[in-house]
Design a protein around this ligand. Sequence first.
Ligand SMILES: [Zn+2]
Ligand SMILES: [Zn+2]
Ligand SMILES: [Zn+2]
Ligand SMILES: [Zn+2]
Length: 448
Amino acid sequence: MAQETEMRAKKLVHEGSTIHKEKPFVYVLSSKVRTEYCDFCMKKGKFLKCSGCHYVYYCGKICQKDAWNVHKFECRNLKRIAPRTLPDAARLLARLIHILRKGGDLTKSYYLENCFRMYKDLMSHYPNIKGDQQRMEHFTSLCAVLFDFLGDDSLPNSAELMGMYGRMCINSFNIIDQELQCLGTGMYLGASVIDHSCNPNAVAIFEGPILHIRALKTLQYLDWSEIRISYIDVLNTTKDRQKELEAAYYFLCQCPRCLAPEPPEINAAACPNDQCDNYIDAESASANDKCGKCGAAITENFLELFKQVIEFTDIHLQNMKQLAYFDVCEICLQKQRGVLHKFNIKHVKTLDLAFQSSIDFQKWDFARTYALELVDAFHKYYGQMHPITGLLHLKLGKILVFEEKDAFAFDHLTKAYQILKITHGVNSTIFKEELIPLLQQTRMTVPR
Ligand SMILES: [Zn+2]
Ligand SMILES: [Zn+2]
Ligand SMILES: [Zn+2]
Ligand SMILES: [Zn+2]
């Protein structure tokens, strides 16, 4: 018997297999999408408004009924504070308080047959939070909101509340849809065991609020201490990734990618000779240096221009953190042309925003151009086996189908197929309902 268990544990894990599936311990739908998605199952569709609070929407009676267990305690209060609304973090914390009070502290979430995690196993990072001015300000403002929302009696003491806040900050997942748009936030007790890597071997994908951890690489057997997902967007320099992880999760990332030297193009200038694809390390270059490949002169003016364009780009990337503006992206890209190397991370980030905003404005011509430029950069920085790379090929394929360039579309859809079958799975909605029909449509018209 023991041998049998061991055999099962040592079984080969194929890339693309789901190694863990879990319901959230607590979650909330983002208020930004609250009228478009069901508050319970997070599906898009026709809606029924809660007649108590007039605030939350459900896709139907079944979801409304299933949601009531948690919603009943907040419904009356949501109505009372209207027209004010509750910030998402406060709503999540209020739900956490309620769930713990109803015995949630005894919930066991299994990630293996005999391994589980409970609420108390989550790290609270109490001292870190206490020393973090930004988080403490956020916490103080949340306390005031919660006091108003729940009343003094139902509020735990402040140390307990801060423990909850810390666990929420450190262990929350962004719940994303299959196109990676954020729909909400949730805590998953079992999956919180998984550590971070900037070069992960697994990925978190969601079906509604249900979390799926999928293997991106074939593993000899399932060893949880070796499973890594990425907590952040890895389209960044090592320094910036480490800074972000340290600020949000209080650890210095020492993953193999962070320890390895960076690609030299990541901060580089383009060669001033537009026929040459070499990169120029502008930080160490001085006037009168020459391009190592074509011999073009690096002038003082060129180095000064590079500095200006980087500063200009920095300001606008910072301003567009919440919302990208197509015109601003275009201006940045014009300035970057011939000055920043095509793999310069700031150029890639600008292109990415330009691509997203051109899709929002249905400027397909621009979207196609940007996406084609992004392909190599995404393969370089995200890697081939990454949901973002797969989705780029899918979106590009879709645009090309729309433009009736079917043969070309077929190439990108085929690449999307190879990636999404691993990252999302053949049973995912995006795979079955978007990719497959598009592939069939182009396959029919592509000359053989
Ligand atoms: Zn629903
Ligand atoms: Zn309600
Ligand atoms: Zn790292
Ligand atoms: Zn050159």
